[in-house]
Design a protein around this ligand. Structure first.
Ligand code: ZN
Length: 280
């Protein structure tokens, strides 16, 4: 998805095309921005990418997609071709780090110093801001691959993560729901036991994030979270799991404002890229 603009109130025409081969996809991105750049001067480009990616400025592979399972995309230089073709600075980060930045600037985490954005859809990914800085560390967080408690008697499902089986993504993503119950999430009725179990796994992941990063808010987005009934269930189960140990008013008094949906909706990804460009 490509767009030109400066924020949610100034988001020009969006175009969307499928991610095919790196050559074709990058060529279409360059064509879009060259065309748009004739009308409005581009000052920077931001790329919010699926990962894993190399974000180390000194690395020979900075700006590359690295060990992704996506066929054909291993070791692909994304930043280099864009910078050479467009001649502007390129901001680069993971799609979820971009979305976290955007939610902090314009969405559900405005004015907060520390928060986490998690998307639960075809996979699970998370971006964290701690004390006003995006977390990168040695690589970038891979929150979807946290290990969460898996009670095999309650849930004998082995999980769908190709690397770990029953990590958080393996148990709690959209494909996990579909494979466990034999139906897509959107086909399951609101009173299906799938939702109770899904909320349980959401709460386990949220509990780990609360315990490790001490966020002031947790934003849960992605296709699975369009099932709004998950929010009250996940909040209640998070409070139960924490067992009163973490005594902060965000959790003990204002849990409804603590675990929240994103505010930028469908535009979170592309606004994340704009947020990265603004940071150039
Ligand atoms: Zn995994």
């Amino acid at each position: 998805m490509c767009a030109v603009g400066t924020g949610p109130d100034d988001l020009g025409a969006r175009v969307e095309f499928p991610t095919t081969t790196p050559e074709e996809t990058i060529r279409r991105v360059v064509e879009f921005f060259r065309e748009r750049g004739k009308r409005e001067k581009l000052s920077a480009v931001g790329v919010a990418s699926f990962g894993p990616i190399d974000l180390h400025p000194g690395s020979p592979h900075f700006g590359y997609i690295t060990s992704t399972p996506k066929p054909g995309w291993q070791n692909t230089d994304l930043v280099g071709p864009l910078r050479r073709a467009l001649g502007v600075p390129v901001g680069f980060d993971t799609d979820v780090n971009g979305a976290a930045l955007a939610e902090g600037l314009w969405g559900a985490a405005q004015k907060l110093d520390s928060f986490v954005y998690v998307t639960i859809g075809t996979g699970i990914g998370g971006g964290g801001v701690v004390e006003k800085k995006l977390i990168h560390g040695a690589l970038h967080p891979e929150m979807g691959h946290m290990n969460v408690a898996h009670d095999w008697r309650q849930d004998p499902f082995a999980g769908v993560c190709p690397f770990h089986g029953d990590c958080w993504e393996g148990l709690c993503s959209g494909p996990a729901i579909e494979k466990r119950w034999g139906k897509k999430a959107e086909e399951l009725p609101a009173d299906h036991p799938a939702w109770e179990l899904e909320a349980h796994y959401l709460a386990l992941g949220v509990m780990n994030l609360v315990s490790t990063l001490s966020p002031q808010r947790i934003i849960l987005g992605g296709g699975v979270m369009r099932h709004q009934e998950l929010f009250p269930l996940a909040r209640q189960k998070t409070v139960e799991l924490l067992k009163g140990y973490i005594q902060i008013p965000e959790i003990t008094e204002r849990i409804d404002e603590y675990i929240v949906p994103p505010k930028l909706g469908e535009n979170a990804g592309v606004l994340g890229a704009i947020a990265l460009a603004l940071g150039c």
